[in-house]
Each structure stands twice: as structure tokens, then as C-alpha cells.
Design a protein around this ligand. Structure first.
Ligand code: MN3
Length: 200
């Protein structure tokens, strides 16, 4: 069974009022994300991995140097689907409920969380990702290079921002900090993060 690209959870032009053009999704979803899915299918076709779940492929190929290409493509398929779900029209602002309470407890305040998340996203040298994770009951911010993700490390992801240059070059050119600020102010899907926190 082939791996399939999940549909975008919003219309391709839905985030234009919030600083992400349809053109960004034509390339980032339509070309970059699709290419990872196509490559993963080519690399796993006819192997035992073709019938595994995407999560299983990520976990079994991580740190196996003979499967680096499979890991990179599988993780990038998963990371991008997770990223699209981390966005929503007119998102941003502050979380509520249990998630807000945990952020206050583990970071000191929501502003401190934003500072840590922005810093991780801005200082990831080259390509990678910034994440809010639940590490055994404690919320943390981490950054990962290239395709690496919390799942590979057995941690639970709550929210992510793609900081590969292809994620922001159409909307923000080289201004990664402006892209990060816009994500936090106008795009974060806190409902998605809260759902992930609530999962076992
Ligand atoms: Mn990307």
C-alpha cells in the first residue's frame, strides 16, 4: 500500500489574509511535500517497509545509516502534515485551558514560551524545525535539523514550525524572524496543540 499525501486542512488561499500566499502552498505542499511522498514510495516499493505505518517507518529507519534516505523522506512526509495542522486561518494569540496552564507552569509564562520558541526557530542553523513537545509530562521547546523530529526520539510533538528556507522565501524572502513572528501572532492552531497534549 502506497503512502499518500494528506489533503491540506484548509483551502490553498485560506492563509493569504494571515501572511502566507497560495503560491507558498503551490510550492511547499504541491511540490516539496509531494516529492517527499513520491520519493518515500519509490524507496520502499517492494520492501517490508511499504506495508508499515508512516510512524513505524520513521522509528525503524532513524539512525540506521543504510536507511537514511527512507528516514529523511518519511519524516518529511510526517513533519509537513503536522505543520499544516499547526496552522489555521486567524490563528495565533494565546492558548486556553490545560495547555495554557501547562505552558505557564513549564515556561514561566506564555511570553517566555514565545521567546523560547522564537529563539529556537531563529537559531536553527540551516534547514530544520522548531517544536513544542511534551517530554514525559513536561512541555519543552526543541529544534531539530533537516528531517529529524520528536517522534524519532520517542517524544510527543504538540506544534511545529518549518524553518527550511523554502517555507518562507515566497512570503518573507530571507526574513526568517518576520515569518516566525507572523506564525505566532496570526497562524498557530492552538486547538491542534491542545488535542495532541490530550492524546495518550
Ligand atoms: Mn518544508
Amino acid at each position: 500500500m502506497a503512502f499518500v499525501q494528506a489533503p491540506l486542512p484548509f483551502d490553498i488561499n485560506a492563509l493569504e489574509p494571515n501572511g502566507m500566499k497560495a503560491e507558498t502552498f503551490e510550492y511547499h505542499y504541491g511540490k516539496h511535500h509531494k516529492a517527499y511522498v513520491d520519493n518515500l514510495n519509490k524507496l520502499t516499493e517492494g520492501t517490508e517497509l511499504a506495508d508499515k505505518s508512516l510512524e513505524e517507518v520513521i522509528k525503524t529507519s532513524f539512525q540506521d545509516s543504510s536507511k537514511a534516505g527512507i528516514f529523511n523522506n518519511a519524516a518529511q512526509v510526517w513533519n509537513h502534515t503536522f505543520f499544516w495542522n499547526s496552522l489555521k486561518p486567524n490563528g495565533g494569540g494565546a492558548p486556553t485551558g490545560d495547555l495554557a496552564a501547562k505552558i505557564d507552569k513549564d515556561f514561566g509564562s506564555f511570553d517566555k514560551f514565545k521567546e523560547e520558541f522564537s529563539n529556537a526557530a531563529a537559531t536553527q542553523f540551516g534547514s530544520g524545525w522548531s517544536w513544542l513537545i511534551d517530554d514525559g509530562g513536561t512541555l519543552k521547546v526543541i529544534k531539530t535539523p533537516n528531517a529529524e523530529n520528536p517522534l524519532a526520539h520517542g517524544k510527543k510533538a504538540l506544534l511545529t514550525l518549518d524553518v527550511w528556507e523554502h517555507a518562507y522565501y515566497i512570503d518573507y524572502r530571507n526574513a526568517r524572524p518576520a515569518f516566525i513572528k507572523n506564525f505566532l501572532d496570526n497562524l498557530v492552531n492552538w486547538d491542534f496543540a491542545a488535542e495532541n497534549l490530550a492524546k495518550a
